[in-house]
Design a protein around this ligand. Sequence first.
Ligand SMILES: Nc1ncnc2c1ncn2[C@@H]1O[C@H](COP(=O)(O)OP(=O)(O)O)[C@@H](O)[C@H]1O
Ligand SMILES: Cc1ncc(COP(=O)(O)OP(=O)(O)O)c(N)n1
Length: 269
Amino acid sequence: MTTFKALTIAGSDSGGGAGIQADLKTFQELGVYGMSALTAITAQNTLGVQGVYPLSVEAVKEQMKSIADDLSPHALKTGMLFNAEIISAVADAVRIYSWEKLIVDPVMIAKGGVSLLQQESVQALIEKLIPLSYVITPNIPEAEVLTGMKIVTDEGVRKAAMSLHNMGAKHVVIKGGHAAHPDEAVDVLFDGTDFFEFSSPRFQTENTHGTGCTFAAAITSELAKGQSLYDSVKTAKAFITAAIKNELGIGSGHGPTNHWAYKRTGVSV
Ligand SMILES: Nc1ncnc2c1ncn2[C@@H]1O[C@H](COP(=O)(O)OP(=O)(O)O)[C@@H](O)[C@H]1O
Ligand SMILES: Cc1ncc(COP(=O)(O)OP(=O)(O)O)c(N)n1
């Protein structure tokens, strides 16, 4: 039996709802062996981010080398990368180690407004990492920063997806958590030719901390297992919908999602 392996290159969320912790919980729930290369440590809880401590680029490089030397991943995702030096090191590693199926979740700002990516590093993301990506998974504000477009309509989402594809991303998934639809949360996949929509009811809840990380990690897990991108996004949408719907209700701010829910309850969308 093959053991499918996935790697997350991201920051630590001490509160366990987002970042590396969300990614590893998702990999585990979806039956994939999870590995991590930490880029930064955040002191964080459901109330916000209290501290950000980036690791040295050498520390990030060494973790990636250790993994490459022994435990080659079937797919990998990036989350919080924090600065241009780390972005460059990750892009180099993807090329040097011939890592395929790179999912770039272009994390920029945490819910409370704290920056998880230095503003001047956006260009490095565009020039170095996006062209290597198999899928990029921005939310709407991230897609706006990357494309320079203001996105207010469904047509705007599609134009931004085309623009990200033109930047070199093989596929684009624009997440709809921040869209204007009052009743639905709609994510849009663009494969360079066609658009596909994945929709769920929009839940009225404050407990959506880490939804973006979890959704991208679920796509990564399914791609690691060899599923098609369409099926991977479909499963990821069901996973995140179950995780939001069955909220844990912990913490007094924006609570984390429920990573157990998909396997325990199952949700088909
Ligand atoms: N209130 C909600 N109800 C249902 N699904 C949601 C809700 N908020 C976000 N989602 C879903 O969670 C995933 C992450 O979306 P989004 O919130 O846009 O990302 P991010 O956490 O990066 O800002 C997407 O699949 C989105 O459709
Ligand atoms: C360490 C770390 N990485 C990423 C995030 C952002 O997570 P996201 O899934 O976009 O969720 P919110 O921050 O919007 O709740 C993070 N907060 N911390």
